[in-house]
Design a protein around this ligand. Structure first.
Ligand code: 5RP
Length: 230
């Protein structure tokens, strides 16, 4: 007997959704160009797919030692961002993304280099499974990269905003800095909060990506890849 359509739908787990969007991002890579590459488990899927790309690319500019190692292991050249004025696309995951393309990033402690590479990219293509899409940013604890001597001071500044900053134990960023994860914030105006926190002494980078928000989000859903354009 023929099963109803619902019963035939393939149920995909989060890893399969990540693989799906990692592959879908290949459509945004232009031949002969340098591609900006983010960090994380979704980006790992993208890097693996990039290694199978038929069209040639000039190489990648990477946002972490982790991604650089994976790229090199697959034979993809990693270029120095100082040698590049701009790249056509930056492809990266997110911890949360809202319906305007604002994101929380930094779950993998790579937020500073991610923002640097995103800033030279003409388009930010966010790849994420559907669990990352939220109405308002802030359920995921906000990562903030901080100069080690300022962690207590920055934590106190977050307490004054109603946030509870927790030091990520045993973690140093690729830049030798500490990461605070700030719980309990409701980020109603991402651009304003990003501007404010960026001014605090000791803050290297706040994981709100509003100034460098996504241009496109490829969202992995059980029904396939949904493309959100911002
Ligand atoms: C790393 C990041 C990642 O993009 C974010 O943590 C999402 O990771 P994943 O793809 O593993 O869910 O910002 O600093």
């Amino acid at each position: 007997a023929t099963r109803p359509f619902e019963a035939r739908q393939v149920i995909m787990n989060q890893d399969q959704l990540k693989a799906l969007v990692g592959k879908a991002a290949l459509d945004y890579v232009t031949e002969g160009s340098v591609v900006g590459v983010g960090t994380g488990s979704t980006v790992d899927c993208f890097i693996d797919a990039l290694a199978t790309l038929a069209k040639p690319i000039a190489g990648a500019v990477s946002s972490s030692e982790r991604s650089s190692a994976r790229l090199r292991a697959l034979g993809i050249a990693v270029l120095d961002s100082n040698q590049l004025q701009s790249v056509p696309v930056y492809i990266d995951g997110a911890d949360e993304i809202d319906h305007a393309g604002h994101m929380i990033k930094g779950g993998g402690a790579a937020l500073t280099r991610e923002k640097i590479v995103a800033d030279i990219a003409r388009r930010f293509i966010c790849i994420a499974d559907e669990s990352k899409l939220v109405r308002t940013l802030g359920r995921f604890a906000l990562p903030v990269e901080v100069i080690p001597m300022a962690t207590a001071q920055v934590a106190r500044a977050f307490a004054a905003l109603g946030g509870k900053a927790v030091l990520r134990e045993g973690v140093l960023s690729d830049n030798g800095c500490k990461i605070l994860d700030v719980h309990g914030l409701t980020i109603a105006d991402p651009a304003a909060m990003e501007r404010e926190i960026n001014q605090w002494p000791g803050v290297v980078t706040v994981g709100i990506f509003a100034r460098n928000k996504a241009s496109v989000c490829l969202l992995g859903t059980p029904a396939g890849v949904k493309t959100l354009i911002f």
